[in-house]
Design a protein around this ligand. Sequence first.
Ligand code: SAM
Length: 431
Amino acid sequence: MATNVRALAAKCSYAVIDKGRSLADELPALQAKVEGKDKGLLQELCYGVLRYLPELEHEARQLIQKPLVAKQRAVHFLILVGIYQIKYTRIPDHAAVSETVAATKPLKHQHLKALVNGILRNFQRKETIVDENLPDAIKYNHPSWFIKKLQKAYPQDWQEVLIANQERPPMWLRVNQQHNSVSEYVALLENANIEVDHIDEFSGALKLIQATDVNNLPGFELGHVSVQDGAAQQAALLLDCQENDNVLDCCAAPGGKTCHILEFAPTIKSMTAIDIEEKRLLRVKENLARLNLTAKVIAADASKPELWWDNQQYDRILLDAPCSGTGVIRRHPDIKWLRKSTDIEALTLLQQQILKNIWSLLKPGGTLLYVTCSILPEENFEQIQQFISENTDAELITIENTQQKIGWQILPNEQSMDGFYYAKLKKKNNG
Ligand SMILES: C[S@@+](CC[C@H](N)C(=O)[O-])C[C@H]1O[C@@H](n2cnc3c(N)ncnc32)[C@H](O)[C@@H]1O
């Protein structure tokens, strides 16, 4: 029997929401069980349920008389998968309903077939009423704690940010200019019938009109191009490494920015890439190998340099800090449900600790670039503001692109980019 995509989508949503597993850990293994177009459909259903979870739960509550609990939770998520298809996809309703109902069998809950069928048919027949009085959490499909934080941080823009988080992100490319100039690579893409939507003038990053499999990208296996969001591509430019610099990337995995720095500044003396997660460093090594680049790769804790540092100070340090990921929700909708309000304080403390301990590894006159893919002020400008106030040898360098006073906060979908924060600090020579 062919694998039922709806059953896999229900299992995946159950694993993320009820078991706290990440989408990145769950989805690939499930996608390996299906072929061709079904891989895309499975992704669409899993992302869809996670993007619209509060709204789908709200719809389901009105139709399910007795909550499905314990072992039946997978069927609860199957119902959400069904409602999502009817509400948000072009799959004909009859096919969405029959395929979803059929999924009760592989989920080993065939006795609930009639129940699922009845609920989805009732949903199909239900009149669409837009209820303006719904709580914001349902209206905008985000957790309340997060909406409150955004309202405080961005009183003018919070709604736009929430709407942007629900959008499908574009595919951005980073051209390896060791092989082709940006315009040469655009021509190669055109030859391959891949259309470019936009070129970022600052970084040369390319945005495609439509996402494509990496194997369709000219020279991908040869390292001529990488996939990386436009916001992430600002890091190598802002770090601005010079000839003979010793560079440290202290939270490097999976290595996107390490590799960009090496491509962009091939005359640096050395690159040390560390990360606390040994397993994730395999991805750094794979990326370096594909791009034919070299770095010292070390599994280590950036907050404890006394355990691994060789006492040679660095000219440039990239600190792409562990963060809430609240700037990349459009790419990882599970962040909305896995991240808890109580995590933010712990993350802020960890960032503070790494920043403080890594600062002594920087040469006087050297530059540290602090980066997060968060949009929360406490992880970003407040963090840097506090650091400068406590470290008289730290000087904030203005970032040209922005009018902002402390660093550069990019909000999600600003110029189609992910939400990121950048702050550039220089260590005073006589600090
Ligand atoms: C935002 S990701 C880095 C992304 C990477 N710079 C890139 O561009 O591909 C943050 C990384 O910090 C690592 N990390 C978390 N705590 C750490 C610590 N104490 N020391 C070193 N790395 C840490 C995580 O394992 C994760 O890979």
